[in-house]
Design a protein around this ligand. Sequence first.
Ligand code: PLP
Length: 399
Amino acid sequence: AYVPTDRVSELQSEGAYAVLAAAQALEREGRDIVHLEIGQPGFPTPSHVARAGIDAIDAGKTKYSSPDGIPTLKESIARYVSRTRGLDDDAVSPDEVVVGPGAKPGLFFPALAVISPGDEVMYPDPGFPTYKAMIQVAGGVPVPVPLRADGASFDMDAFRAKMSPKTKLVVLNSPANPTGGVMPAEDVEAVAAAAKENDAWVLSDEIYSRLVYGDGEDDTGNATASSVFNIPGMRDRTILVDGFSKTYCMTGWRLGWAVMPAALAKKVELLLVHSVGCTATFTQEAGIAALEGPQDGVLEMVDEYRRRRDFVVGALNEIPGVECPTPAGAFYAFPDVSAFGKSSKEIADLLLAEGGVAVLPGTDFGANGEGKIRLSYVGDMETLREGCARIAATLGKLE
Ligand code: PLP
């Protein structure tokens, strides 16, 4: 009989898959379900990007590429990262860039290359489930750090209490999944200072970097979130992860990247050689078109998400017992529903079974997500209006 190894015995899936499956089972029974659980853009991949992928297939670009990415794509990424993080155009070298099939390999493989068994790794709770999974597989000790009430940042007192010379790596995610929070610059600076003091690495998952609704602009005209990446002295201990999935609506293309010191990039390249081999070649060609082509579509998309965010947050706050902070980024709302005296899992189950609206329990993202639910506002306004009406009607019966 199969006996799981220590490495995989504690692994759990992403909750979103389970809720989606439950929602689809209800749909097969003829129920009409509003999907607010899915964390992927509702917009299509921009047509010039899709066209570049198709053209690449037609041109026979269907063979292996170098394991860490096509050199021209790595150059584009190096320029793009420099530009979007407020640095000189040549601040990032292509030697520091590793391309992978999605942003997830940019989390997982550097984690394997940096964490030794027994090392402590701090990560946000609630936070993206892959963080805990990669720490477990690497044999590290997961150290969840609670977020403050509005979900924008760590509870900095808790962060300071948990940070020590035993900390090997700190995971940041701003804008955040599941809270939509954007970390204030002073907290990013405090984390950077603590990382230097304790000789720790920082893995900054910036997959939502272009989905920011606040002030400040990079030279793509986009509002920006603060990043450890451009704090002086941080480059040699920072792994920056970003990609195409959210910014260019390319979740199924599987394309992302990580930027890290060249010596670490070499080891991550070896992990890619021996696991995925390389990323699909035509997908990488589409990625070049995404980064080098017009960016107006991204700005329009951000404007549309802002409109949807404002609607959803407003509608949720009108429901007695629901409190929803206004998230400054990503495409998630993370309202507090603890006033109903039920667990977040019970609320999510009830919303699906009785209300016909799929959301995720906050506890899918860690114990500290208790009392919250996560909604994605990637759907169109009609979907969001119907979803919020169903939530209001279902929770209204609990009062
Ligand atoms: N990081 C965060 C915080 C995410 O929410 C996601 C996707 O949901 C990813 C990484 C993974 O991105 P990709 O699909 O490019 O692997």
